[in-house]
Design a protein around this ligand. Structure first.
Ligand SMILES: [Zn+2]
Length: 88
């Protein structure tokens, strides 16, 4: 068995063991947490929890992409055009 954390070979004492030492197990938990926050699921969870993100430019842009489908954008463009005619 090769430790996925440090790539050292070790003999596992239990089926659940993935790492050669407690240090590697700890390290892997940190790593998986980092990966979690880098992943889409982590980002979504972060977004839900933080208003700062949705208020940021990046958050706003993403929300626009999310809420405006192509149809919506086309409808909005038509609506804007009609409004323009009324104003003239
Ligand atoms: Zn290790």
């Amino acid at each position: 068995m090769i430790c996925t954390q440090c790539n050292k070979e070790f003999i596992k004492s239990s089926n659940a063991q993935k790492y050669c030492s407690k240090e590697c197990t700890k390290g892997s938990k940190k790593e998986s947490l980092k990966k979690y926050y880098r992943s889409d699921i982590g980002k979504k969870a972060n977004r839900r929890g933080s208003l700062k993100y949705s208020q940021s430019d990046a958050g706003k842009k993403k929300q626009k992409i999310y809420t405006q489908s192509d149809k919506d954008i086309r409808n909005n463009a038509q609506f804007g055009h009609l409004n323009g005619l009324k104003n003239h």
